[in-house]
Design a protein around this ligand. Structure first.
Ligand code: PAF
Length: 282
């Protein structure tokens, strides 16, 4: 696997591939790779001639009291995983080059960035969209891959790509879960044994909510109450939000009579975990 640090070199390498008529698939990450990321690389490998991944812990998407300083890292382990997934190029940009002192631009995707996770993490989506736009401009992929665990991020990025007429197709990849149902996340590494047990309540609550909706319960307040009961029974859980909403606008639904997103953010010990599911009544 080739490792590229410089923006100019990455741009030149992509241009060379484009001139040869090769398709470029791209997966941006913040590293500390797990099986959820590997599923993105695998899809990317199947669908493209050249597979590029990036690792960059993007400071502008973290708020002042968030976990930027302790975000987990394992560059050597990540390189081994990327090599075994046959990733061709790892782009490891340097923070000073990506965000020089005079950097002034932020992308805002209005109306959807301030909902759900945007309420308690107001800089998250502007920061993520800005870095993704920069990375797409540098790498120039035909396809870029993102996981549905970050459902709102996927909607924000898809909206940006559409609104700004970018030439990249955004590819969605389903959530990957541990055998016991916990959605994979780099932040799971913050969990103690007790916290990890409590964290299983997120998926358990989503499964219960889904089954109630499919049985015909269409009152969103009731569904949220049920989720809250399941999660708050567990020790060290603190609910940030429970949302039953439209999957694209994130507008809360009172009555469930269409395809809905059920999304959660819960602090379990020091880890803020998110999870979601889509429910479609037939
Ligand atoms: O989902 C992530 O890991 C990050 O938000 C992303 C898309 C790599 C941007 O920093």
């Amino acid at each position: 696997m080739e490792i590229i640090n410089s923006i100019e070199e990455m741009k030149a390498r992509s241009l060379e591939a484009i001139k040869k008529g090769m398709s470029i698939g791209f997966t941006p990450t913040m590293g500390f790779l797990h099986d959820g990321h590997l599923s993105l690389f695998r899809k990317c490998r199947r669908e493209n001639d050249i597979v590029i991944a990036s690792i960059f812990v993007n400071p502008i998407q973290f708020g002042p009291n968030e976990d930027l300083g302790k975000y987990p890292k394992d560059l050597e382990g990540d390189k081994a995983k990327l090599t075994s997934e046959q990733v061709d190029i790892l782009f490891l940009p340097n923070q000073d080059e990506l965000y020089p002192e005079e950097f002034k631009t932020t992308v805002t995707i209005r109306k959807i960035s301030d909902k759900l996770c945007g309420q308690s993490r107001p800089t998250l989506f502007d920061g993520a969209a800005t870095v993704v736009l920069k990375l797409l401009n540098i790498v120039r992929p035909q396809k870029a891959y993102f996981g549905e665990k970050d459902w709102q991020q996927l909607e924000v990025i898809s909206t940006m790509v559409k609104d700004l007429n970018l030439d990249t197709e955004i590819m969605r990849v389903p959530i990957v879960r541990e055998n016991d149902g916990l959605a994979m996340s780099s932040r799971n590494s913050y969990l103690s044994e007790l916290e990890r047990k409590s964290a299983l309540s997120l998926n358990k609550a989503l499964e219960r909510a889904k089954s109630l909706v499919l049985q015909g319960v269409n009152d969103a307040v009731l569904i949220k109450k049920e989720i809250e009961t399941i999660i708050s029974k567990e020790p060290v859980t603190q609910i940030d939000y429970i949302s039953v909403c439209n999957p694209s606008t994130f507008i809360e639904q009172r009555k469930i009579d269409q395809k809905i997103l059920i999304a959660l953010a819960v602090k379990v010990g020091a880890a803020r975990l998110i999870d979601n599911c889509i429910v479609e009544k037939n």
